[in-house]
Design a binder for this molecule. Structure first.
Ligand SMILES: Cc1cc2nc3c(=O)[nH]c(=O)nc-3n(C[C@H](O)[C@H](O)[C@H](O)COP(=O)(O)OP(=O)(O)OC[C@H]3O[C@@H](n4cnc5c(N)ncnc54)[C@H](O)[C@@H]3O)c2cc1C
Length: 464
């Protein structure tokens, strides 16, 4: 099935890889796409996504109103806190507007934004059928354009002579072979699937982290490129992590394992002690810090406790909560010290405002705060007194790592002495060039689409 020479070798099988492959194939290139995962698991983290963030000067497809470059850039700056390359970021933002019609023309369907969680109808376009449907549509399009797709094909090494890539080493069905190519696009994600690497970067506690996405993003090509002198971007010790249901699988739990109950709860560690203000801000602005907070607790685990007043206030969880008629029974079922949890809940209840019900507003900062309690709960502080009581265990769930390859506006990868002649990168692999820290919802798919398309176009011009 493998021919002996391709114009373009695309490494990876998620959104960024597919955008690159489609662009290059449309420009007449002979393209092979090498996906490390088996076919059933193709599509990496992209298959877990729901939306992408898109600039638009007026209503566009399912997007309402307008979302201009400056507002988009300000939103980005708020999360990266200055750690970005402004010209690259602005270029990506501007290019996002043309991406939406391009995506529709290549098989992606959109739907109006989901209501209830985050209010995103103006800024983020939601994929009908989610990222899985997007990935499937792109595979169909790529194959119709003649792209050869190889599954179970892990790239282990990039062959480079001087500043020119000559081919890639790959393992397929336990056979290692070298595939020559005129150009290569790297789009094989971060390294969060490699728990040993995470533990080296973060410390041994990382072994208890759960990985929200694919186990196949193990950073094999990223490490190979760094070992060969490619310039890196992003903090190697950092990853994006959120608090997810402690019962989620080690890998690939996806979006449904996220828990949105924290602001209406008290969160304790395994000793039954509170450790942070659960009501510090609205949940979309705080969910991303709870991964780290839980990671800093003994055994990297937390427990979110609510009573029946709050059960309907957040998106239902995929695993039902642990339920009990008393706090002591809940503690027993969760494996928490009963007396200590009782004391923590009593102290919290005593510190809550005495008649909060008329003042409580689930969807805005209501200022219902505890008094004389450390740490304070500064919003939504209502006593936990109405049985049944419910509890969820929490663990840090890693979304992606930040370390990546430095690229320029043409998506070209840079080595120690300047850009390589025929090597491009797209998606999570280079996202650190723009996202130095933090995360802006929907921007991962924007970066992958914009830079995937550029990488495919640039590679095609190079080959031509
Ligand atoms: C649960 C979850 C929800 C998310 N929701 C959103 C969202 O709604 N919107 C958004 O913008 N972002 C979201 N993100 C982030 C988003 O998934 C990423 O930014 C995006 O998918 C990155 O695309 P990519 O193509 O770079 O990587 P991926 O889609 O992860 O693709 C990497 C590919 O490389 C393959 N691969 C890895 N190593 C090798 C190798 N050595 N050889 C060959 N192949 C290899 C993998 O199998 C995979 O196919 C979410 C992430 C998670 C985990």
């Amino acid at each position: 099935m493998i021919s002996d020479h391709y114009d373009l070798i695309v490494v990876g099988g998620g959104n960024a890889a597919l955008c690159a492959a489609i662009e290059a194939a449309e420009k007449g290139c002979k393209v092979v796409l090498l996906e490390g995962a088996p076919k059933a698991y193709r599509g990496g983290n992209s298959r877990h996504t729901r939306n992408f963030r898109c600039m638009h000067e007026g209503p566009l497809s399912v997007l309402t109103d307008s979302y201009g470059e400056d507002e988009y850039f300000d939103d980005l700056m708020r999360v990266v806190k200055g750690k970005t390359d402004e010209s690259l970021a602005r270029m990506c933002i501007r290019a996002s507007e043309a991406c939406l019609p391009w995506m529709e023309a290549h098989g992606v369907r959109f739907q109006p934004s989901l209501s209830g969680t985050l209010s995103l109808s103006r800024t983020n376009a939601f994929f009908l059928g989610g990222g899985k449907a997007l990935v499937n549509a792109y595979y169909r399009t790529a194959e119709a354009l003649g792209v050869t797709v190889l599954y179970n094909t892990e790239v282990t090494h990039i062959h480079i002579e001087g500043r020119t890539v000559t081919g890639v080493e790959l393992r397929h069905d336990d056979v290692t072979t070298t595939l020559p190519g005129s150009a290569v696009v790297l789009a094989s994600g971060g390294f969060q699937g490699d728990i040993d690497w995470l533990a080296r970067a973060w410390g041994p506690s990382a072994r208890n982290f759960l990985i929200r996405g694919t186990p196949y993003n193990r950073g094999v090509v990223l490490k190979d490129m760094l070992d060969q002198g490619a310039q890196s971007v992003g903090d190697p010790t950092q990853c994006h992590a959120v608090a997810i249901d402690g019962r989620a699988p080690k890998y690939d739990g996806g979006i449904v394992t996220r828990l949105d109950c924290v602001p209406f709860s008290v969160v304790v560690n395994k000793k039954g002690e509170r450790f942070y203000d659960e009501g510090e801000d609205v949940w979309p602005k705080r969910y991303a810090i709870w991964g780290r907070l839980v990671a800093a607790q003994p055994d990297q685990v937390g427990y979110s406790i609510i009573d029946s007043k709050s059960l309907e206030l957040f998106m239902p969880s995929v695993f039902p909560p642990i339920k009990a008629d008393t706090i002591e029974d809940l503690a027993r079922q969760l494996g928490l010290p009963e007396t200590k949890l009782r004391k923590t809940i009593d102290a919290f209840n005593a510190a809550c405002p005495s008649d909060p019900d008329g003042l409580f507003h689930a969807t805005e900062l209501d200022g219902l705060a505890t008094t004389d309690l450390t740490p304070a709960k500064t919003n939504w502080a209502r006593p936990i007194t109405t049985p049944p009581f419910y509890g969820y265990s929490l663990r840090p769930g890693v979304t992606f790592t930040y370390l990546g390859l430095k690229v320029d506006e043409t998506a070209r990868v840079h080595g120690a002495d300047g850009p390589y002649n025929n090597l491009w990168a797209a998606g999570e692999m280079m996202a650190g060039s723009i996202l130095g820290q933090g995360y802006l919802a929907g921007f991962g798919m924007t970066i992958g689409t914009v830079f995937g398309r550029i990488a495919g176009q640039e590679a095609a011009s190079h080959v031509a």
